[in-house]
Design a binder for this molecule. Structure first.
Ligand code: CA
Length: 443
């Protein structure tokens, strides 16, 4: 080694040490899980010990939101840290065979795995993508080193090949057989952690549980024999219990490698429960999936990073899933650039109490004719008609419209929403319904 090489090696040492201190990041997303389905959120009939342990070992958000009450748009917001309506990702695409060809997270946008990869992370995804079917939109073209899952919006839990238009892939190779997707996605994620225990890794584990179809295995159903009479609810319970086991496997894998304290882990649901479809519960919230009532937008939302953020803390200021990208980037030592045009904020200073302010003074939503805005305890929203105003602190169930009693506030908030809406663009596609012909290209 000459003198210059020696100096370079010496100078590089502190940087290498800093890199070693990067936390791993794990993002686990449930599908169509309601606000009241977990024990940590008041659920009584379905034990969810592993999911509840995240709240016990970290922070439970009472007012954790997603940026849309529907599967694909909410994931577009999550993966970019931006309001997805700013880039036209306003709706689901419909089934694979009916989706417009340009459906997917627009290629103008940079996804979370790419941000993490740029910070030196190994990136793996295991589960439901729902952000594009065509090759350019594949998870491995958007920043994931490894991918195992399906590209569509829903899937059989038991049959890998149930829908030829929406197979399960490992990378780009079709997987012929799967025993139970929930078990498989968790096992694949755990295997990725095993292989990358000495690297900084980012795991995205979006389960299809507890989305329909209602399908489980006898070993999970048996846990509720004699306890839940309604057969539909019993299968839902088995599906949720299986997902809880899957989360348990991830937590145990971190323990096995002594990585628990070195890992920032988040769990949330992608939208509120579609109560009629899967028996999920959103109590005490009004409404459900596909609506901008709280029951569609407010979800179970928890975060742990032992030693770095508080244990057993309840955080009641509003947060939103688009905050996770800036949070993960900050945890990884990165700094978002202005041209990332993020709408989310880094939550770490807020959950640690370093910053006592609320992370957001205002939050906004648009989903077709529906729109909503939250400011402090107030929520202004519309299902397509004249807006209604609720005080969520006094009326969490959105039962008493105060828009007439609070005319000035209603007008001010409506004007703020209109101002935000100027940054939205027209939807790049509209949802395709069964029987409609596939469009060649959308506007
Ligand atoms: Ca969903």
């Amino acid at each position: 080694m000459n003198r210059r090489q020696f100096l370079c090696a010496f100078a590089a040492a502190p940087i290498a040490a800093a890199a070693d201190n990067k936390p791993n990041v794990i993002l686990i997303v449930g599908d169509d899980l309601g606000y009241a389905d977990l024990g940590a959120y008041g659920g009584k009939d379905i034990p969810t010990p592993y999911l509840d342990s995240i709240a016990r070992n970290g922070v439970r958000f009472t007012d954790g939101y997603v940026s849309c009450p529907y599967c694909s748009p909410t994931r577009a917001g999550l993966m970019t840290g931006r309001y997805q309506t700013h880039f036209g990702h306003e709706f689901n695409p419909g089934p694979a065979e009916q989706a417009v060809e340009n459906f997917g997270l627009p290629l103008t946008e940079t996804a979370m795995p790419k941000r993490m990869k740029d910070l030196g992370y190994k990136t793996g995804m295991f589960g439901k993508w729902h952000l594009g079917y065509q090759p350019d939109y594949h998870p491995q073209r958007r920043g994931f080193d490894e991918y195992y899952g399906f590209l569509g919006g829903a899937h059989s839990y038991l049959d890998a090949d149930a829908d030829p238009a929406n197979p399960i892939f490992r990378g780009t190779a079709k997987v012929p057989k799967v025993e139970y997707t929930t078990d498989q996605f968790a096992a694949e994620a755990a295997g990725f952690i095993d292989r990358n225990k000495d690297n900084s890794f980012f795991v995205y584990l979006p389960f299809n549980a507890v989305h329909t179809p209602l399908q489980s295995l006898p070993k999970y159903e048996a846990r509720f024999d004699g306890k839940i009479a309604d057969p539909k609810r019993k299968t839902f319970a088995a599906m949720l219990s299986a997902m809880d086991d899957g989360v348990g496997l991830i937590l145990k894998t971190l323990e096995k490698h002594k990585l628990t304290n070195k890992t920032l882990l988040v769990f949330h649901s992608d939208n509120g429960g579609p109560t009629a479809a899967n028996t999920s519960k959103n109590d005490p919230l009004r409404g459900f999936k596909a609506q901008v009532y709280e029951g569609g937008l407010r979800v179970p939302f928890m975060m742990q990073w032992p030693g770095k953020i508080p244990k057993g803390k309840t955080f009641s200021n509003p947060v939103i899933a688009i905050d996770l990208l800036p949070t993960f980037v900050a945890a990884a030592g990165g700094t978002p650039a202005a041209d990332w045009k993020l709408n989310g904020v880094n939550l770490l200073p807020f959950v640690t109490g370093k910053d006592k302010a609320a992370p957001h003074s205002q939050l906004f939503w648009r989903f077709g004719q529906q729109w909503a805005m939250r400011e402090g305890d107030w929520k202004l929203m519309s299902m397509g008609g004249p807006p209604t105003l609720f005080n969520l602190k006094a009326d969490i169930g959105e039962s008493k419209d105060l828009s007439n009693a609070e005319k000035g506030r209603t007008e001010t908030m409506a004007a703020a929403w209109e101002n935000w809406n100027k940054n939205n663009i027209p939807a790049r596609w509209t949802p395709q319904r069964a029987g409609q012909k596939k469009k060649k290209k959308s506007a």
